[in-house]
Design a protein around this ligand. Sequence first.
Ligand code: C2E
Ligand code: MG
Ligand code: MG
Ligand code: MG
Length: 295
Amino acid sequence: ASSEDPAARPKVFDPPMLQRARRDVRVESDLREALDRGEIHPVLQPIVDLSTSRVCGFETLARWTHPVHGPIPPTHFIPLAERSGLIDETFAAVAGAALEGVSCMRRECGAAVDGDAGLFVSLNLSKRQLRDAGLPARVGAAVAEAGLHPHQVHLELTESDVADCREARVTMQRLRDAGFQLMLDDFGTGTSTLSGLHAYPVQWLKIDRSFTAEAARDRRVAVVADAIAELARKLGLRTVAEGLETPEEVSMFQAMGYDGGQGYLFAKPMRVAEASAWLKEQVGQAERPGLRVAA
Ligand code: C2E
Ligand code: MG
Ligand code: MG
Ligand code: MG
């Protein structure tokens, strides 16, 4: 009998666990090959300035389309990359193409994206990367190679990835000293604390998608979202609401004074070339120089 035959296995193993372990091992070696074959790539989702309705940046999200298993979500393969020591290569594959893409968009769209804030590119960092003292130099080199400046790059991190870790704090401070914009991601989820707003050297706060959707349905959630915006404003932090799917949600977060908005209503994450074409269309539609997105 082959090793795949369930009858050939001792029954003492928990079959789902064993299957998961086998699948993980397979996918882990596949991740190595996927990186070599260039199957890991970025998609870009626009972030809109809610006070002007102009595009102000793009968030980079990692994608892996497996030839056999199909799309594998980043929530699955990022932890896998961390466990298997492939996080730096995964980050490089995603960040390199995204930085290059946005740098190219800035050149092609010229004055339209050259305002005060310009067009930024946002990258997600994971737990392991934040504990790595070599990270600031590597990210700095990738940014310079794409012809961008650190102040044009946002780095997103979650509180749970940096809480109770001195190395992570040191890395964050060094990234900030190098000129990067730091953003606390997924704020409002289980692991967020109010003290996180002043304890970390971040300039931006992104309120979690689950929170955004709830605020439109539950007044109490909206009250908290409003209080977070006010608190952030008083602390000098800028805010982004993620997961905006309806015009009502956009108006709501706009009225609360959130600086930026991101969500399927504006656009889903797109391949770099597609995002670039989308941006040009926005520039073309603007009645005056600048980028406008109808909410
Ligand atoms: P995140 O950083 O909070 O990213 C936002 C997630 O919300 C993305 O899911 C995005 O596709 C999704 N989203 C955006 N707008 C909407 C909307 O209007 N409705 C709904 N339902 N969803 C929306 P995605 O791409 O599956 O990524 C999930 C998470 O995986 C990310 O959450 C981030 O934590 C992680 N991730 C993705 N790419 C990377 C990466 O390159 N590096 C690291 N370290 N983590 C990554
Ligand atoms: Mg993010
Ligand atoms: Mg988020
Ligand atoms: Mg999230």
